[in-house]
Design a protein around this ligand. Sequence first.
Ligand SMILES: [Zn+2]
Length: 76
Amino acid sequence: MTTQTKFCYHCGAHHPVEEMRQIETKAGKRWRCIRSIQATQKTAEARDAFGRQVSAMNTAEARSHARRLNELRQDK
Ligand SMILES: [Zn+2]
């Protein structure tokens, strides 16, 4: 029994076809391993979560900054 492999454009290596997905790219249909697809999805999710955290922090910072400015004005 021979295991059929496909060339994974992401890893630059061959993987068993059962671990591969054919996906549509700008360059046409290409094979990519499921593992690298999932790794990329996790990275994208982590990036989104980080972006939400940063914007929440920025909002809190902007609010406390505005409060400080108001307090300064009231002192005078
Ligand atoms: Zn791969």
